[in-house]
Design a protein around this ligand. Structure first.
Ligand SMILES: Nc1ncnc2c1ncn2[C@@H]1O[C@H](COP(=O)(O)OP(=O)(O)OP(=O)(O)O)[C@@H](O)[C@H]1O
Length: 370
């Protein structure tokens, strides 16, 4: 098992408006990374500071190109930042990378974590060993992981014979196998079916709550983020535009909506409503329509006064609570959760099958690549 106490991180400092104690597993301060130079230069990470408490699950959310991957790679030392500092479990990565990364592991998007010729269990043992831990000493942990991730009956199957979703689960199990205290997971549920995704989310929550695992995960899947994360950091154009608990983010999104169903809502009336209020959705029915109108508290009275003045009969009225997607859109101005086409899903994983060399996180890295 990976062990270590880790010194208190930057005690006494303030970050993102909350008090900082010695419970921070990740402290990023003023991180900046620019690619290229001159007019074509891209500032991928533009002065990011954030803190991740030990034992918490933090989601990194942002549209395509927002800088999430570059940020994670800077934190992991795979990309050299131009400015800023990173502490992992109280150790500055620049001054003592070996100690800082010793208790950290990662699964990056598209990275091959596994030796496909080895069995599932052999992979877990292998990655535990290269993490400096005797695999026999954590055999129970491996059994538990295999059971909880639904891999127990495939434990002795070579990874190459597994389905894509199963391989993804093996990759995750490999990351979690050695007992790292902090893990970075880039799109961990991509390519998983609903049941496997839920299993994984449950396991991540359990590991955080019962074993104090710190998880930083990036995902375009708002449901995953909303379900599994304690905090959400939203990144846009290389900057942090929100950093708060899921609950508070949902509460602070000022705009909520009301959904009104009426047989009297014909096209003219819907236009008339739209002239005065922000109609966000129109669903024509056989008779009338169902419309969604973005209103705050006071606007609600105005809306109903208007509908009453037009003698609109109300067959249904429902308030629509904002979800994380709404918060995301209002902060970044980008629809569709920023997922785009989901470009690099774990199909990339599959196409790597020709080789058998894994591409791993900090533990197997041979230094920064840029
Ligand atoms: N090696 C590189 N050279 C030049 N530009 C890069 C490099 N890596 C990333 N960028 C640019 O930096 C910006 C941030 O990219 P990054 O991959 O970090 O975003 P992301 O939020 O992870 O996006 P996605 O959600 O699509 O994975 C983009 O404009 C990207 O084109």
């Amino acid at each position: 098992m990976t062990v270590g106490t880790g010194e208190a991180a930057a005690s006494g400092a303030e970050g993102n408006g909350r008090a900082v104690g010695d419970g921070d597993a990740v402290v990023v301060d003023g991180l900046r990374k620019r690619f290229g130079s001159g007019p074509d230069a891209v500032t991928a990470v533009d002065g990011v500071s954030l803190r991740v408490e030990r034992g918490s699950v933090v989601g990194l959310l942002g549209p395509n190109g927002a800088g999430k991957t570059t940020l994670i790679k800077c934190v992991l030392g795979m990309v050299l930042p131009d400015e800023g500092s990173v502490e992992l479990l109280g150790t500055d990565v620049a001054s003592d990378p070996r100690a800082a990364y010793g208790r950290v592991d990662a699964m990056l998007e598209g990275a091959r974590n596994d030796y496909w010729r080895l069995t599932v269990r052999e992979n877990l043992r292998y990655f535990t060993t290269i993490g400096g831990v005797d695999p026999d000493s954590v055999a129970d942990r491996h059994d538990r992981l295999l059971r909880r991730l639904g891999l127990a009956d495939r434990a002795d199957t070579p990874v190459r014979e597994l389905s894509r979703g199963m391989k993804q689960k093996v990759s995750l199990a490999s990351v979690l196998a050695g007992g790292a205290e902090v893990v970075f997971l880039d799109e961990p549920t991509l390519g998983l079916d609903v049941e496997s995704s839920r299993t994984l989310q449950r396991e991540l929550r359990r590991l955080a709550e019962e074993e104090d695992l710190t998880v930083v995960l990036s995902s375009h899947d708002m449901d995953v983020i909303e379900t599994v994360c304690d905090r959400v950091v939203i990144v846009s154009d290389g900057r942090v535009v929100a950093d708060d608990t899921v609950d508070r983010l949902l509460r602070t999104d000022a705009v909520s909506a009301v959904r009104v169903t009426s047989p009297d809502l014909d096209a003219d009336l819907v236009d008339a409503v739209g002239d005065r209020f922000e109609v966000t959705d129109v669903d024509p029915l056989d008779e009338g329509a169902r419309i969604e109108v973005a209103v705050d508290g006071a606007g609600l009275y105005d809306l109903f006064a208007f509908l009453r003045s037009r003698e609109v009969r109300l067959h249904g009225v429902r308030t629509v609570e904002p979800d994380l997607e709404d918060v995301f859109v209002s902060l970044t101005g980008i629809e569709d959760g920023g997922g785009g086409d989901g470009g690099s899903d774990s199909a990339g994983h599959e196409s790597d099958s020709a080789g058998d060399e894994p591409d791993r996180g900090p533990r197997t890295r041979r230094g920064a690549d840029r």
